[in-house]
Design a protein around this ligand. Structure first.
Ligand code: FAD
Length: 489
């Protein structure tokens, strides 16, 4: 059997796979992407973050296409959570009346969003083969040197590459080949049951595109508007309820909705979709985990193949696309002969693990607050001392880093970024006994500041403020964001 060869071969064409494939192909390398399904295909994970939309998607060059797709604009989130009985809202913008050009994300039908990213990969020169299921890695000594896959006609193939990327999601068949083990979280041992409704109610403007998250006795609901009439409605419950849910999904779903008055009221005039791709009631369980290794010579894991954490802050696509960007930088640097593999891939793994760790920490504290009356957002309001609601105060800061596409906005962006860094410092360094532990975390502080860097780079390119390495003696990203450079500070 003759073996085709590429610089890079990617398993999986979700957001992680199509992002890394495109960013490597954009540097002139030969990339093959193998996807099991034929797109468009269904996927859960519909609520995006501004970092994906305005950071990674801008680097990919799909900003206009996303805008043309007319996905509902998500200006923030609305929560009925914790001790407070009434819902509260956060906005990505500094204020709802002052929405900056990048202070929003989208709620996306993943079949459409993922297809845009996959088609973009093709247009950037990636060879994409759909209907091709990867079955195993090929190894030589301690190195991964290729993949085996089966095409839609049952034909078996082998392909060789300098680097293999596993981006085949939570059901990956390859992740174990990287070494280490997949560790499941004891804290987030939960299960989700989800379906779709027509004609559900909408939050009042300007928040009609927000995600609505509602905690209740058995768990919490997400309520995500996907069009004027279509809504994604899912419930996350403790794993002990698995049996009840697996038995009769419809009955369990209806009973859980009835148990949660706010969701029941939003669905009072709605009809559940029962046909087509949205007609099925689906279940996902045990979905918080991480692989103890993210790379080995010749192989990298990105996205859900590497790790995943509870979806309450809609971090999945962000982690997938951000890890894809980190992986692309590492691979581009090695293929260009700028760095050795260990230096480049250690930087990838260190940054990715840290980002995952932050969301994990963030979420644990958020769930603890469900018990503790003290509100995380109340603290954010206290340190920023502005006139907005508590939750807005915090995310306003994050949105501030994301703001500004034009030259004018860009200078405002730098200003706002400094403001943000100052506020994060204040939160982290305060000796207030009431301070949320999250903000004392050095890791959280660093990641929040670095998230700002990614978006600044996407907006400002070479004009972005110089970056500091994240790890002592570590690397920084190149001015165009596509590679790593040694730090020469
Ligand atoms: P995927 O999107 O899973 O893509 C992997 C691709 O690989 C698929 O297209 C698959 O067909 C393909 N593939 C699989 N096996 C093979 C194979 N053997 N060969 C070739 N191809 C293969 N994230 C958010 O950002 N926002 C949310 O609101 C959100 N809500 C969620 C709710 C729930 C209940 C769950 C479980 C997750 C949620 N997520 C959310 C997470 C989100 O679904 C994932 O994090 C995201 O899809 C990961 O992207 P990925 O590219 O790593 O993997």
């Amino acid at each position: 059997m003759s073996v085709e060869t590429f610089d890079v071969v990617v398993a999986g064409g979700g957001p992680g796979g199509s992002t890394v494939a495109a960013l490597v192909a954009m540097q002139g390398h030969r990339v093959l992407l193998l996807e099991k399904e034929v797109f468009p295909r269904y996927q859960i994970g519909e609520s995006l973050l501004p970092s994906t939309v305005h950071g990674v998607c801008r680097l990919l060059g799909v900003t206009d296409e996303l805008a043309a797709a007319k996905f509902p604009v998500k200006r923030g989130g609305t929560f009925r959570w914790g001790a407070r009985p009434e819902p509260w809202t956060f906005s990505f913008a500094v204020s709802p009346r002052m929405t900056g050009p990048t202070s929003f994300a989208y709620q996306v039908e993943r079949a459409r969003f993922d297809e845009i990213l996959l088609n973009n990969a093709k247009s950037k020169g990636v060879t994409v083969r759909e209907g091709c299921s990867v079955t195993a890695v090929v190894e030589e000594g301690d190195r991964v040197t290729g993949l085996r896959y089966t095409d839609s006609d049952g034909g078996e193939h082998e392909v060789g590459a300098r680097f293999v990327i596993d981006a085949s999601g939570n059901k990956s068949r390859l992740h174990a080949s990287v070494g280490g083990t997949r560790e499941y979280s004891e804290f987030f041992r939960s299960l989700a049951l989800f379906g779709y409704f027509e004609n559900g109610k909408r939050l009042p403007e300007p928040y009609s595109g927000n995600i609505l998250s509602v905690a209740f006795d058995s768990g919490w609901f997400w309520y995500i508007p996907l069009s004027d009439t279509l809504t994604s409605v899912g419930v996350v419950v403790r794993r002990e309820m698995a049996e009840k849910i697996q038995g009769d999904r419809e009955k369990a779903y209806n009973a859980l909705i009835a148990e949660c008055p706010l969701i029941a009221e939003y669905l009072s005039d709605a009809r559940r979709v029962t046909t087509g791709n949205y007609g099925e009631l689906r279940v996902r369980k045990d979905y918080s985990y991480h692989q103890t290794k993210f790379w080995r010579p010749g192989m990298i894991l990105v996205g859900d193949a590497a790790c995943f954490v509870d979806p309450v802050f809609s971090s999945g696509v962000h982690l997938a696309t951000y890890s894809a960007l980190l992986a692309a930088r590492s691979i581009n640097s090695v293929l260009a002969g700028d760095l050795d593999e260990k230096t480049a891939f250690d930087e990838f793994e260190g940054r990715y693990r840290r980002e995952y760790g932050v969301f994990y920490e963030f979420l644990v504290s958020f769930y603890q607050m469900n018990v503790n009356e003290e509100s995380y957002f109340w603290h954010a309001k206290k340190v920023t001392n502005n006139e907005h609601t508590e939750f807005e105060s915090f995310v306003d800061l994050v949105g501030g880093v994301a703001s500004g596409e034009t030259a004018l906005a860009a200078s405002r962006l730098a200003e706002r970024s400094a403001e943000f860094a100052g506020a994060v410092d204040q939160m982290a360094g305060g000796d207030d006994g009431d301070m949320v532990p999250l903000f004392k975390s050095h890791v959280v502080k660093q990641v929040m500041q670095e998230g700002g860097q990614v978006q600044m780079k996407a907006v400002l390119g070479e004009d972005a403020a110089p970056e500091e390495p994240v790890f002592p003696g570590g690397l920084v990203s190149s001015p165009d964001g596509m590679k790593w450079l040694p730090y020469r500070g």
